[in-house]
Ligand binder design. Structure first.
Ligand code: DI6
Ligand code: FE
Length: 400
């Protein structure tokens, strides 16, 4: 069989079906950017390839997927971090001009090109660890044009680098100062202007909201979801991060791709997510950085069969993190997730959280040939080590 490239003498974690799908004597073949075979060498058809890559027993996994980031923003919050270390409260920092509003002001002031360039630094850090698909949210513009500018910047990232980008409109992230005291007025703008514009211009693949005491109420979130649905866009939700507003169940009601954070998710929320197939995207970096003490209900999610994805939540305020490998370690250490769950969380389940389960996230014929090739002896090393990157090579759409 004629193909473009074959990787042989590899060990595979295919992530096909359940579990890691480990194969000792593995071979992957690609044609026109797609996998045409991933399995044992013994059972493989005879391939006639333009290029034959010998992997010397290295492990191949699907390219990693980061399904929740806020990569596009301007400014930095390191000073705020210092103030917090010195004992300042969130309110004091906000009064001193810090917090999410400072990132909003910097993002509004930045050119689209400046947003792209600063996001590229963060994206390159992800790519260096084998990431091939990244979700990128807006949410620091908080007015129509700056939100659209952020989404355009997100789309541009996918033109400057060979990664797959999914852009998510997060207009309902925080209340901008112009709408102080009038959150419903701001939601009118999100529903009446931002969502229609992002949909018409093809700038968003999904719509997200921050349903929280310091964000938006469940009924405001519902309005956002209804507008997204009316424009044919799937939804996701920041839910149950700091309190239980039953956002997980609300997301499930709308068939959301994912509900994210979920530290305060209760049993009915777990059941609702299980029934709708909504993925639980867990964000241990934010849990760590804000020194949260209540972990998400992993055992209940596991028991109910809710798919669990993992992401960096890369953002300047609560998770200034650009390492998906460290996320896996944190999920194991802080949340007691298994190696299998951690690796699936940044591949197969992360793809599901983006509605891309048919496209990426496992080594299976027909999927995009996005690979990460590792200098490791067993998959557990990807989860076990901290601050060490064993990536040997990466492949985007069959090209290395
Ligand atoms: N949850 C968070 O923790 C962040 N956004 C969100 O929806 C906070 C973002 C920031 O402080 O910049
Ligand atoms: Fe987030």
């Amino acid at each position: 069989m004629l193909c473009d490239r074959v990787w042989r003498d590899a060990r595979l974690a295919t992530l096909a079906g359940a579990g890691l799908g480990e194969i000792d004597d593995g071979l992957v073949a690609a044609k026109n950017g797609r996998i045409v075979y991933a399995g044992t060498a013994a059972e493989a058809p005879r391939f006639d390839a333009r290029e034959m890559v010998t992997c010397d027993g290295r492990w191949i996994t699907p390219g990693l997927i980061d399904p929740h980031t806020h990569l596009v923003f301007a400014g930095d919050r390191a000073r705020e971090f210092e103030l917090r270390l010195a004992g300042a409260s969130y309110e004091e920092i906000a009064r001193a001009g810090g917090g999410i509003v400072s990132t909003m002001a910097a993002t509004r002031a930045a050119s689209e090109e400046a947003l792209v360039e600063s996001a590229l630094d963060r994206l390159d850090a992800l790519i260096a660890e084998g990431v091939t698909t990244v979700e990128v949210k807006s949410g620091y513009g908080l007015a129509t044009e700056p939100e659209l500018k952020s989404l355009r910047a997100a789309r541009e990232l996918g033109r400057r680098r060979p990664v797959t980008i999914r852009a998510t409109l997060l207009g309902a992230h925080a209340l901008p100062p112009e709408f102080a005291g009038d959150p419903d007025g701001y939601i009118d703008l999100v529903c009446g202007e931002m969502i229609p514009a992002a949909a018409d211009q093809g700038l968003a693949d999904a719509v997200d909201a921050f349903c929280e005491g310091i964000g938006f109420t469940p009924s405001q979130t519902r309005r956002v979801f209804e507008a997204a649905r009316a424009h044919g866009l799937p939804v996701k939700l920041h839910a149950e991060q700091l309190s239980n507003l039953h956002g997980g169940a609300l997301a499930a009601e709308f068939g959301a791709l994912s509900a994210d954070h979920l530290e305060h998710l209760d049993d009915p929320g777990v059941a609702a997510m299980a029934a709708s197939g909504t993925v639980a995207t867990l964000l241990p970096g934010a849990f760590y950085f804000v020194r949260e003490t209540k972990p998400p209900p992993i055992a209940a999610l596991r028991l109910a069969g809710v798919p669990m994805a993992l992401a960096t939540d890369c953002n300047p305020g609560t998770s200034p993190l650009t390492s998906l490998l460290l996320v896996m370690n944190m999920a194991a250490t802080l949340f007691r997730m298994t190696v299998e769950e951690c690796v699936a969380g940044v591949t197969r389940e992360a793809a599901r959280a983006l509605g891309l389960a048919g496209e990426v996230g496992s080594l299976e014929a027909g999927k995009r040939c996005d690979l990460a090739i590792w200098n490791i002896e067993r998959p557990a090393e990807l989860v076990y080590r901290m601050g060490f990157n064993p990536l040997h090579a990466r492949v985007f759409g069959g090209e290395g």
